[in-house]
Design a protein around this ligand. Sequence first.
Ligand SMILES: Cc1ncc(C[n+]2csc(CCOP(=O)(O)OP(=O)(O)O)c2C)c(N)n1
Length: 599
Amino acid sequence: MERIPFLSGNEAIARGAVRAGLGLACGYPGTPSTEIIEELAGLAGPIVEWCINEKVALETGIGASLAGARALVTMKHVGLNVAADPFMTLALTGVNAGLVVVSADDPGMHSSQNEQDNRHFAAFAKVPMLEPSDSQEAYDFVAWAFDLSEEFDTPVLLRSTTRVSHGRGRVVPRAPVGGEAVAYVKDIAKYVMVPEYARERNRLALVRLEALRRRAEESPLNILEAGTTDIGIITSGIAYAYAREAFPKAWFLKLGMSHPLPYRKIAKLYESVSRVFVVEELDPFLEDQVRALGLPVVGKEVIPSNGELNQEIVFNAFEPVLKRRPPRRRRPVFPPPPVVTPAPRPVDDLPVRPPVLCPGCPHRAVYAMLRRQSVAVMGDIGCYTLGALPPLLSLESCLCMGASIGMMAGMNRALGRLAAAAVIGDSTFFHSGITPLIDARYNETPGLVIVLDNRTTAMTGHQGHPGTGLHPDRSSGPALDIEQLCRGIGVPATTVDAFDEEAVKSAIKRALTGGDLSVLVALAPCILMDRSPHERVVVDDDRCNLCGLCVELGCPAVVAGDETIAITGDCTGCGVCLAVCARGALSLPEPADAGGAGS
Ligand SMILES: Cc1ncc(C[n+]2csc(CCOP(=O)(O)OP(=O)(O)O)c2C)c(N)n1
């Protein structure tokens, strides 16, 4: 007879993930989550790594999911604060292969600096949450979580607590299951969260939430268990185990999928009993939602909102309530489905003016070279995100500040080769690009990171940052050198003039064929910081065949007419368009005869 293993919840999560075809697991240690990665490290199959922190772990998991690998990202509850920036926007982009985030909470603060109840994160991000109550469920729920993630195109929060993670129980192994392999497809409307696309993804997330609520109504994870008394108990996670022992004859609505809530299942419980208790650790997360349906409920007025519960606490809290008269039965008031407005449409008779990089922006030059490469390009947030939009179409993601490098690493780790590069601005690099670079080095991940160093935080109005040393009063302090910093962590780095297309091109080629981890700093100041007079490009109409390559650079100063290309007064003479014109139809006048230029 097959031996039934006796596993902790964390071991069970690890084995459940492998059973579900896990491709990559990563996390940052923290009690009570740590043993999930440790257990996984000893199991055959997935790539398993510690990351430098929870934010980078989640971004790595996202990259792996995009690359088509089911990804599990683990952390303790406070770790989700660190990963909140990618988590909140991941809820909009959704996933490719399934992505499950394990948040192991610590009621009672056995080993934590606070006791926050991370169930709120599921509601905050509008994503589904599963809460196992023992090791068997910890094992089983992982596969459910991956399936939900793929079916609903959403990350899934798997929330455990110390007693589930560290408690042990028998776990009946199940046959392997797994998702279909899903190849990565570039989709800027899904993965580039600039406002225009994010509005639509946000709308879809709201629609998805209602679909998930319907699923919660049918889900076998939400079980209405009949009892023999007039008591009904709504509960989830470990609190179920305590309440079951305290009131064995009660009716139970056991919520394995505790967000979004199945309102009709709750109403069904109220049809069967006249008193309902909500038994949950920490905040009145379930209770508040039940109350909002207009239903009488007993919960946090009798049971502690802090610390762990146990059978005795549950019994002693609710038993006296049984002496009270049962409340009058009431009908639930189901909230109407929320109104979700479509994204605003452009006004018909006004021209559409998508945002573009400024004329003379040094970022454009790099994109002109980068888009000819056959790697996926993970992007970041700054002016340079505009490189994702037509006509440049050179970036494929924008999630949150600093996400590009972790996502690149996740993709490359999952695919086992340099399949993705990352593009990040200088201010963003200092904000949150250094940690994922250290992580990529630590985990020996190949990749090319291009830092678009325009010597400022241009997007928000030219603020200083550690690379410029400039302070708000324009006084200056020490300026950190990106190239040196990279070398200091063992990552080879070179700096090139962002406008020197030959240098940019060959540096990118070299880095991609090398196949290791490297950084390329493309340096040239933001054009808006240089107000000196500029030469203007001239067009040789005899040579120009209107092929449109120069127009595809998206420079507002290059305008296609019916018969010729016009260069407007906005031209700064940066010369990027000269480099793409195969017929030599564009040129810059010699400085001596540059009269009349300037904008
Ligand atoms: C967490 C967070 N903080 C601040 C911002 C606002 N913000 C967006 S991009 C950016 C920095 C852009 O600077 P840089 O990376 O140098 O790119 P540039 O705009 O100069 O091309 C900032 C501060 C944000 N989106 N997210």
